[in-house]
Design a protein around this ligand. Structure first.
Ligand code: PRX
Length: 572
């Protein structure tokens, strides 16, 4: 397929460099940027914050924070001190030690970042939880990880079933007038007097850093463990792909509850010494453009759903703001529509650069660099030091244009270290030939550009968030009226996919719109708003295999009016 390439923007990293480094790039060279190359020990929080506080960047703004109530900024020196204070609180009141799991469950705020960096400075593993999670989702994650400490707000604490989590010992509350009794610790109160000096815990590069839970097509969410070594790739991709330079003001719109919000909301930009904009509150086109104008954002990393919503808000809105600071835009999480790229060129006079990666991969792998020609609709090419291919189910590489499994040769620095408590699951990601198999299907063209085709499994991507159908189905069948449920992703022009549930009711329940809404609310309250099905369809019976497994493939075919394929395993 011939697609016209859009003009190239000038970046940090030019095309000749790219072509030269592509085949003989050695990650060991990048490792030399960090202390472990000399001392054998390391700590990402030191490299991302403290190191800059010792240089000319000391008084440079590291964090610009804004939400409807707050407007604050912190220099690298202040970030160092605040994270030291937070580290001291966690060490002194909660006995946090290397390897302990410290979960953070709260909306974006400066305190979230102080606590996360403070915990990392102690060698703890940080588990960020998206604030929209409800009790069931929170419990699954805290239980599986055996978290020792949770940092949260008094409001969100109501969703934490503390008494049924024996490993959970301390609850650090970030709020006003917190009373310290039982497991509760008053974060803000203690921050006032905590020491600005902290003894950092130096760790090995293979020691745990963050634990992100993510969904597959079966079973409960899985804890993807990343280690300090991931910094090598966070740092390098911040330079190559985010194209961060000294003077940049960078804004990543992702919440740290998702991997983009840690890898490229915390580590990448700060390892590169950039000023990082963090905005809380809800999505509103005006507020987003205002953010770019007010902070002079130059590099902006967001997601297709957000771009589509901005596009939907119309071009007139864009014209009300001075967005001349913008020079580089990137996208991740779902297929980036060619239309969005064309819209970007029209309204910002800039291309939107797609990047492909996953929670498990820890950092960007296949990208459109600033220096590259973009083929709209393609995710770009692998970064130097990463070997990607399309393989068949036996791990054999396929030639250009053949669709197959998108696979990456093992050995890139940010690859997950393990799946928490589930070595078997971890091993299931790999195929002969040392291929990590992503679960995405794609093809490669003759110039080495990769083209995303879809998920191979039933994982749903809705508004850039990954939802496992099993989790939603399990919650649905907890509702007293639901006998059986099957959940699929239904294509949607704005959200990529929406969650659609097919439900068979128990006898004695009437299929009404009120009941649909009640079921929807039930999932929303029990799991999370983004996991609640936008559409529910009642059916008398759901297609199942003889062994009783709901055949989502058939549900999808029904929905899309496609042939149902082989039905030989279906029960009568
Ligand atoms: O299906 C791919 C899709 O998002 C999945 C990974 O989701 P998650 O672990 O939540 O991480 C999202 C952000 C890193 C992938 O398996 N995906 C991610 N980026 C793209 C994408 N699909 C198409 N194009 C992309 N650029």
């Amino acid at each position: 397929m011939k697609v016209e390439a859009l003009p190239v923007t000038k970046g940090n990293y030019n095309l000749e460099d790219y072509q030269q480094t592509y085949h003989n790039f050695d990650w060991a060279e990048v490792e030399k940027s960090f202390s472990f190359a000399e001392t054998g020990r390391v700590n990402v929080a030191y490299e991302a914050i403290d190191r800059h506080a010792l240089t000319h960047r000391k008084n440079k703004v590291a964090l610009y924070y804004r939400d409807p109530e707050r407007d604050e900024k912190y220099t690298f020196k202040e970030m160092k001190e605040m994270s030291n204070k937070a580290g001291n609180i966690l060490r002194q009141t909660c006995d946090v030690e290397k390897g302990d799991r410290v979960f953070i469950f709260m909306p974006r705020s400066p305190e979230l970042y102080f606590a996360a960096l403070g915990a990392i400075k102690l060698g703890a593993i940080v588990g960020p939880l998206f604030e929209a999670f409800m009790e069931g989702a929170v419990k699954d994650r805290l239980e599986d990880s055996e978290a020792k400490v949770i940092v949260t707000t008094p409001e969100l604490f109501k969703r934490i079933p503390f008494d049924s989590l024996p490993a959970l010992k301390h609850v650090v509350l970030v709020g006003e007038n917190v009373k310290e009794e039982g497991p509760f610790i008053d974060f803000n109160g203690r921050m006032k007097d905590a020491s600005k000096k902290l003894q950092i815990e130096w760790v090995d590069k293979t020691d745990g850093l963050v634990l992100h839970y993510t969904s597959g097509s079966t079973g409960k969410p899985k804890g993807v463990l990343h280690v300090h070594n991931a910094m090598v790739q966070h740092y390098q991709t911040a330079k190559w792909v985010l194209d961060l330079k000294e003077e940049d003001v960078y804004w990543c719109t992702a919440d740290p509850g998702w991997v983009t919000g840690t890898a490229y909301g915390i580590f990448g930009p700060w390892l590169a010494g950039a000023s990082n904009v963090i905005v809380g509150g809800r999505f509103r086109p005006e507020a987003w453009y205002q953010t770019i104008e007010d902070f002079g954002v130059s590099v902006w990393y967001s997601a297709p759903t957000a771009f589509r919503m901005l596009m939907g808000a119309g071009d007139e809105v864009v014209k009300k703001y001075d967005l001349s600071s913008l020079r580089h835009i990137l996208s991740v999480g779902e297929p980036l529509n060619p239309e969005v790229i064309r819209w970007g060129v029209k309204v910002f006079n800039l291309r939107v650069h797609d990047t492909w990666w996953m929670t498990e991969t820890g950092a960007q792998l296949i990208c459109n660099y600033p220096c590259m020609e973009i083929k709209p609709g393609s995710m770009g090419k692998p970064i130097p030091g990463v070997e990607a291919a399309i393989v068949d189910d036996q791990g054999n590489e396929l030639p250009p244009y053949r669709m197959g499994n998108l696979a990456i040769k093992k050995g890139w620095p940010s690859m997950m270290h393990t799946i928490w408590n589930n070595k078997e699951k971890y091993e299931s990601y790999f195929m002969p030939g040392d291929w990590y198999v992503s679960g995405d299907s794609a093809y490669m063209d003759e110039e080495g550009y990769f083209w995303f085709q879809g998920r191979i499994d039933d994982v749903i991507m809705t508004s850039g968030e990954r939802v496992g159908p099993f989790e939603v189905e399990s919650k649905l069948v907890e509702h007293p009226a639901v006998a059986e449920a099957g959940v699929i992703g239904k294509p949607d022009p704005v959200r990529g996919e929406i969650i659609k549930a097919f439900v068979a009711l128990r006898d004695g329940h009437e299929a009404t719109d009120e009941l649909k809404e009640e079921i929807r609310q039930f999932v929303k309250r029990g799991l999370a708003a983004h996991a609640a099905p936008r559409e529910i369809e009642f059916r008398d019976k759901l297609p199942k295999t003889r062994s009783g497994k709901i055949m989502r493939r058939v549900l999808k075919a029904w929905e899309l009016d496609l042939p149902t394929g082989d039905l030989s395993t279906m029960e009568d």
